[in-house]
Design a protein around this ligand. Structure first.
Ligand code: ADP
Ligand code: MG
Length: 697
């Protein structure tokens, strides 16, 4: 067997391969493109394509694809084979620089949210040389951006790359002001921690709700849930262990730095975390990771559930977006420095994040808004829908001291002034015991915890990068024209703390009292559901900011507004239909059949023992008959209302109707059915129950 260092990245056209296969000049030119976003010419592309093809064919590939991330949230690929006919009747394997750089998939079936009405229907894909090509199965996959012919982004990668550039532009201005002239560029890095459930495939197949919607729409709680906390970090079962081992191997071959794995809080729930990397690569890797998690599970007779809330009553699954900003010279700008000057620079970047998160709370909330994630946020298992920042006690005390121009008790008895002297060298406090905060500083990075497990991390990072770029721009504009740099810097930091301290909260984010304080006293936004959140995407302040940094065009924003709401509506409407179907075709016949059995037993018993009341049979029969009527009634109401909601043309109004009318009816129907489940014999219940699913692996 090969050792890990040999297999790691074996299926990736990475730096090692490029260095060994490309002519030195081509390699240098490509590296320049990758590291500094320089543009790339066709001769270089031709040389790269030739090497890529040779390497891919040697590794068993027969096809290539432009691999991209349309607005469906999952990845897309269309395979072309390398072959072209040769005059002698055989074939040769061909792949040109042009084919590497640009492709033309038929864009018409991907969601465009109205972009197609305004622009040409065709789309094209464009190579992203900053994310390495890789082999999946027999196909060379080339990470690409996906755009309409007018240039409008039809994907999630394009705005992500733009947001990284926006942040780079503004951060470079700031670094220059601090005298960092050797830095060539600034990039953000992300390490996403990914939660998921594993359940038995045979059981999964018997549940239409899981198959059609990814979550259970019915199910009474199992006698045991997560109350003992015995699953968290517990011993990993052999079947799961085998799965994780194979998953790691597959990920490693693709150059994905899968690092930690453990059991999560809920039964059958697990987590995988990679080592952090450049944001757009992390986004590609996370999409690939989710895909491979699901594929490998099938090989083990399992199904990997990535839905945010597959089971009621136990924790759902999220994703933590660990984010930092670093220079190409290796300096993490969110790491407190060694000297007061470095610390002043750190504080400015910290303030930029604080200001960004406060000013654009709604954009961060929007980035994680899906029907599935609405079940988690604020349900005492994930951060609330209110965005706030945890900084920890020490950093908070430092900021307070700066704001009040008071001595910081950790330092010498001196009023803290930024710049040349007196800013204390503070300890880097990497201990973050607060798991309830949506946005926590963890020593040298921020951890955003509102993402749902199935979310693309691109959305979050687009908004985060753009919002921070905006803060930095405001700072740079002011500082570049300052007569006295240090005084202005100090005043700006003070002002940020003063204006934005309302977003700082170190307490328990799950506490009801916090939501009250956050909304009533601090006036933070509480966008509880997707239909509440998404319309804010088009608020003038958001449009203005995103346009000014060239992260989105107005048409692109409108299209995302449309598509996100549409996805929400479609998801819930499918759930409603599935519920009605299961209630009518599976639950009601089962309950009715069991009632028949009870009635028969009661009648038979009474024929023999006329004086025995048969309380169990008759009471259960009574309760179940009443419930069956209720289920039938609720199913029929649900069906009617689903039809009405479905007919609403305006997607925003449809979203509101789903939130206000449809979801409550679904809850009611579920309640009756779950009650019926607890009264029906196990063998008569038509599909696997929570005990089976959660403890079945
Ligand atoms: P936790 O206590 O939340 O599990 P870890 O230290 O294990 O924290 O890190 C979680 C994730 O954060 C990992 O994916 C890790 O690679 C990532 N991470 C660590 N440092 C950074 C950084 N500077 N920038 C971005 N991500 C980071
Ligand atoms: Mg974490």
């Amino acid at each position: 067997m090969k050792q890990l260092p040999e297999t790691f990245g074996a299926l990736v056209f990475d730096d090692r391969v490029m260095k060994s296969m490309l002519p030195a000049k081509v390699y240098a030119s490509l590296r320049h493109t990758i590291d500094e976003n320089a543009s790339l010419d066709l001769t270089v592309a031709n040389a790269v394509a030739a090497a890529m093809k040779e390497w891919a064919v040697k590794n068993g590939a027969t096809h290539f694809t432009h691999w991209f991330q349309p607005l469906t949230g999952i990845t897309a690929e269309k395979h072309d084979s390398f072959i072209s006919p040769a005059p002698d009747g055989g074939v040769i394997m061909e792949f040109s620089g042009k084919e590497l750089i640009q492709g033309e998939p038929d864009a018409s079936s991907f969601p465009s949210g109205g972009l197609r009405a305004t622009f040409e229907a065709r789309g094209y894909t464009a190579w992203d040389p900053t994310s390495y090509a890789f082999i999946k199965g027999k196909t060379l996959c080339i990470p690409t951006a996906f755009c309409a012919y007018g240039g409008e982004a039809l994907d999630k990668k394009t705005p992500l790359l733009r947001s990284m550039q926006a942040l780079n532009r503004q951060a470079m201005r700031i670094l220059k002001l601090f005298g960092n002239t050797d830095v060539k560029c600034v990039k953000t890095s992300v390490g996403p921690e990914q939660e998921y459930f594993l359940i038995d495939r045979e059981l999964y197949k018997q549940r239409k709700d899981l198959v059609f919607t990814g979550r259970t729409l019915f199910g009474a709680p199992a006698p045991k849930g997560q109350e003992l906390d015995d699953h968290y970090f517990g011993v990993i079962k052999p079947r799961v262990q085998a799965y994780m081992e194979e998953l790691n191997e597959e990920l490693w071959k693709l150059g994905i730095l899968a690092k930690t794995e453990h059991n999560e809080v809920a039964p059958s729930q697990h987590e995988l975390a990679p080592i952090y990397t450049t944001t757009n690569v992390a986004a590609d890797h996370n999409q690939l990771t989710m895909e491979i998690m699901q594929k490998v599970a099938l090989k083990h007779g399992l199904v990997c559930l990535l839905h945010e809330k597959p089971f009621a009553g136990v924790n759902g699954s999220g994703k933590h977006n660990n984010w930092s900003i670093a220079t190409d010279t290796g300096v993490n700008l969110l790491s407190p420095g060694e000297t007061p000057y470095e610390n002043a620079q750190f504080l400015l970047f910290l303030c930029a994040v604080i200001k960004a998160v406060d000013d654009y709370q709604d954009l961060l909330r929007i980035a994680v808004a899906t029907a599935g994630n609405d079940h988690r946020l604020g349900a005492n298992e994930a951060p609330p829908a209110v965005v706030s920042i945890f900084l920890g006690d020490e950093l908070t005390a430092i900021l307070e001291a700066i704001e009040k121009d008071e001595p910081y008790q950790g330092a010498e008895k001196e009023v803290m002034k930024l710049g040349v002297h007196a800013l204390p060298k503070f300890k880097k406090d990497a201990t973050d015991r607060n798991r309830t905060s949506p946005f926590a500083f963890t020593g040298n990075k921020f951890e955003f915890r509102m993402l749902g497990s199935a979310n693309s991390i691109s959305c979050t990072n687009i908004m985060l990068n753009a919002a921070v770029a905006e803060s930095l721009k405001i700072y740079a504009d002011r500082l570049e024209t300052a007569d006295d740099f240090e005084t202005v810097l100090h005043e700006m930091i003070r002002k940020t703390i003063k204006d934005h301290k309302r977003i700082l909260f170190n307490g328990n984010g799950y506490d009801e009292a916090w939501i009250k304080e956050a909304t009533e006293v601090r006036h933070l936004m509480n966008l509880r559901t997707t239909p509440d959140a998404i319309p804010h995407l088009l608020d003038p302040k958001n449009v203005k900011m995103l346009l000014s940094h060239k992260v989105f065009t107005e048409a692109e924003l409108r299209s995302r507004h449309e598509i996100t709401l549409e996805n929400y509506c479609k998801a819930v409407l499918i759930e409603a239909n599935t519920m009605a179907d299961m209630a009518k075709k599976e639950i009601l016949p089962a309950v009715s059949g069991y009632c028949g059995k009870l009635a028969a037993v009661a009648a038979a018993k009474q024929a023999v023992l006329p004086n025995v009341p048969c309380a169990y049979e008759t009471d259960t029969l009574d309760a179940l008959s009443t419930l069956a009527d209720q289920i039938a009634e609720r199913t029929s109401v649900l069906k009617t209302v689903t039809g009405i909601v479905k007919a609403i043309d305006d997607v925003k109004q449809q979203g509101y109707a789903i939130r206000d009318d449809l979801l409550p009816l679904m809850d009611e129907l579920r309640e009756s059915c779950d009650k019926a489940e607890t009264l029906t014999a196990k063998e008569d219940w038509p599909f696997p129950t929570y005990d089976d699913l959660l403890f079945g692996v």
